[in-house]
Design a binder for this molecule. Structure first.
Ligand code: IPM
Ligand code: MG
Length: 389
């Protein structure tokens, strides 16, 4: 009887989730227009320092960004605005993944540069709140997580289009412990949700004259959701006959990214949320580690730019925060600049980061006191920019 009750409770919970998801589908279908940054004055860039090493690396990225945008800031075309209240202590104080006043402040910005945020998990010293990242991506409908990985000398030039608002994540904090012995989570893929990410990936390929898009799923096993993602990708691909389309299962894709002969063939890779999470960490490792990779979270109205890595609490505990590599946040800034239409400034900063991080490497970070500090690296980037401006 207790079991019947548990099942009834779970059914009720599930029914509510389905209602929420169906109304999300309606919202996606209703659509909205893409923001036109050329019309916004000033463009407001919200800055969230984050937790752990976040404030350290964000500070250095902001110094470089302010340097690159000095003229635009002086002319009132761009405003950099600090957004407080997203650090883990503040979130725990109000017991919200994304406190309402912070969400309101974020919505007054046009784009956001965000340092890594602590994501609590079961057994931590923190209450098990939903990830603020996941919550922000959902609340601002940042459906495309775009993560480029480049290693020119190895012929690697990939760009991942990770779906960012569905999959395993959207109900990741809404699973059910049906009984003490049975836990169930849910994975969600919607037709319009899959379609908009696949379309964005193909549009990127078309605009940049890239002739190949690959989809990654596990549709042989996860049949309903991954099946829908794959089917949608195939349907959209037919609208782009000049672009070659293929699909891979996530396990063999993880292997092929290591295969030096095959991996050069991949260009644009589109995939559901969790597979994107995992493969982009793997891919970033070839480029010099997650500390070197930036990530764009794009929606029609808002966009957020961040590092792909976490807040590295151990570095802070061991007194090494000042040695954390701010390159990831600077790469995120490049993506931000490009997104809001400052293409020249983006190219200059990207070039300076290539010089400082890969080609010249006069200032090298090791994450420890035997290497440079993040501030020294930022100075080096600005000197390099100065020489080129
Ligand atoms: C990322 C991170 C996040 C994610 C975490 C911090 C919730 O790993 O941006 O890839 O899983 O999406
Ligand atoms: Mg990740």
């Amino acid at each position: 009887m207790i079991q019947t009750e548990a099942i009834e409770k779970a059914k009720e919970h599930f029914a509510k989730l389905l209602e929420e998801q169906l109304s999300r589908v309606d919202q996606i279908k209703a659509g909205e227009d893409w923001a036109d940054y050329s019309k916004l004055r000033p463009i407001i860039i919200g800055v969230v320092g984050g937790d752990g090493i976040g404030p350290y690396i964000t500070r250095e990225a902001v110094r470089v960004l302010s340097y690159v945008l000095a003229a635009e800031i002086a002319e009132g075309k761009v405003e950099l605005r600090d957004i407080a209240g997203l650090d883990i202590e503040s979130r725990v104080k109000v017991m919200k993944a994304l406190p309402e006043d912070v969400l309101a402040a974020l919505k007054e910005c046009h784009v956001i540069l965000k340092g890594p945020l602590t994501t609590p998990k079961k057994g931590d010293k923190w209450p098990n709140l939903e990830s603020a990242n996941v919550s922000m991506r959902r609340e601002l409908d940042l459906f495309a997580n775009v993560r480029p990985v480049k290693v020119p000398e190895k012929g690697i030039d990939w760009i991942f289009y990770r779906e960012n608002t569905e999959g395993e994540y959207v109900l990741g904090s809404k699973g059910i412990n049906v009984t003490d012995d049975l836990a169930v989570d849910f994975k969600v893929i919607t037709t319009p949700g899959a379609e908009r990410i696949v379309r964005l990936a193909f549009e990127y390929a078309r605009k940049n004259d890239i002739k190949k898009v690959s989809a990654v799923t596990k549709a042989n096993v996860i049949k309903a959701t991954d099946g829908k993602f794959l089917e949608t990708a195939r349907r959209v691909a037919r609208e782009y006959p000049d672009i070659q389309f293929d699909d891979w299962f996530v396990d063999i894709m993880a292997a092929k990214l290591v295969d030096e002969k095959r991996r050069k063939d991949f260009k644009v890779i589109v995939l559901p949320n969790l597979y994107g999470d995992i493969l982009t960490d793997e891919a970033a490792e070839f480029q010099g580690g997650v500390g070197t990779a930036g990530s764009a979270n794009i929606g029609k109205r808002y966009a957020m730019f961040e590092a792909i890595h976490g807040s590295a609490p151990r570095m802070v505990e061991e007194g090494r925060a000042a040695y954390a590599d701010p390159a990831s946040m600077m790469r995120a800034s490049v993506m931000l600049l490009r997104h809001i239409g400052f293409v020249k400034q983006a190219a200059k900063l990207e070039n300076a980061l290539d010089v400082c991080g890969q080609l010249e490497r006069k200032v090298v970070l090791t994450g420890r006191a035997d290497g440079a500090t993040g501030a020294e690296f930022a100075d080096y980037v600005m000197q390099t920019l100065g020489a080129k401006l």
